[in-house]
Design a protein around this ligand. Structure first.
Ligand SMILES: NC(=O)C1=CN([C@@H]2O[C@H](COP(=O)(O)OP(=O)(O)OC[C@H]3O[C@@H](n4cnc5c(N)ncnc54)[C@H](OP(=O)(O)O)[C@@H]3O)[C@@H](O)[C@H]2O)C=CC1
Ligand SMILES: O=C(O)C1=N[C@H](C(=O)O)C[C@H](O)C1
Length: 233
């Protein structure tokens, strides 16, 4: 598989290592604006760039018939527009706020726990995410996906950073040197706490998930997610 890496930072470099170890070829390493010519030989593009560049990168690929795996977070105000562009060009797309197998299992666990807790008024919910200090967005994309899983299964209607209203999930975002990504959801009552946590030890799980998604999407058309790739439905 010939891969164009859109974003050659911490994740782009990790994905390169993983892809090569699985016998794929990196045909472009892009850290800035690019033209169709730069990516024309790619079977698939993997975008781990920056929030302000993701939409343009992704839609350029669709317009040039290249399937896209998108891991960049913080650009989802333009998600619907990206989907419309993908459909118009008969393209193929997977966005995931987190590509690791562990977090995708954690998403299911979070939804199940939220369902169990939904009627229990004595428990107050709270979420915390911790990431390295270079992270541009807050809360993390993973925290937003977790909040959406809780909203779907409880009477909560939204989320907010720090001071949330009664019907919102409060999210605390901490930035600490070198932390790859930790997410916790806590249900607290006067007598006890129930807490689930996912801790990434490094970026290898994110990279492997993205490469597996790229392998999976070849030859397909449509909009998919990691539940499709990992058979978690
Ligand atoms: N979904 C998931 O599983 C995961 C998602 N992420 C997300 O992936 C993104 C990247 O993370 P990370 O690698 O740690 O960040 P880095 O800052 O290390 O890398 C981002 C790279 O994108 C480059 N860049 C800047 N502008 C463009 C452009 N127009 N087109 C392509 N690349 C560009 C930057 O170049 P320069 O430095 O020169 O500006 C930089 O090299 C973030 O949004 C992060 O939240 C991260 C881990 C897992
Ligand atoms: O920026 C990061 O590093 C990460 N970003 C993703 C997110 O915003 O959830 C995934 C992972 O937590 C690492």
């Amino acid at each position: 598989m010939k891969i164009a890496l859109l974003g050659y930072g911490k994740m782009g470099k990790m994905i390169e290592q993983t892809a090569i170890s699985r016998n794929h070829e990196i045909i472009a390493k892009i850290d800035n604006e690019f033209t169709a010519g730069d990516i024309k030989n790619a079977d698939v593009a993997i975008d781990f760039s920056i929030p302000s560049a993701a939409f343009n990168n992704i839609t350029t690929c669709f317009k040039n018939g290249i399937p896209v795996i998108s891991g960049t977070t913080g650009w989802l105000d333009k998600y619907d527009e990206a989907i419309a562009c993908c459909k118009k060009n008969n393209g193929a797309f997977i966005y995931a706020s987190n590509f690791s197998l562990g977090v995708n299992i954690f998403f299911q666990l979070n939804a199940y726990l939220a369902q169990m807790m939904s009627g229990l008024k004595e428990y107050q919910i709270g979420m915390e995410e911790i990431h390295h200090t270079q992270k541009l967005d807050a809360p993390s994309g993973t925290a937003i996906t977790l909040a959406e899983g809780i909203i779907k299964n409880t009477s909560k209607t939204g989320w907010k950073l720090d001071h949330a209203g009664e019907h919102e999930i409060p999210i605390v975002a901490k930035r600490i040197e070198n932390v790859p990504g930790t997410h916790s959801i806590r249900y607290s009552s006067k007598v006890d706490d129930i807490e689930i946590t996912h801790t990434a030890h490094n970026r290898e799980g994110f990279a492997l998930g993205a490469v597996i998604a790229a392998e999976w999407i070849i030859g397909k058309t449509g909009i998919f997610d990691m539940k499709d790739v990992l058979n978690l439905r």
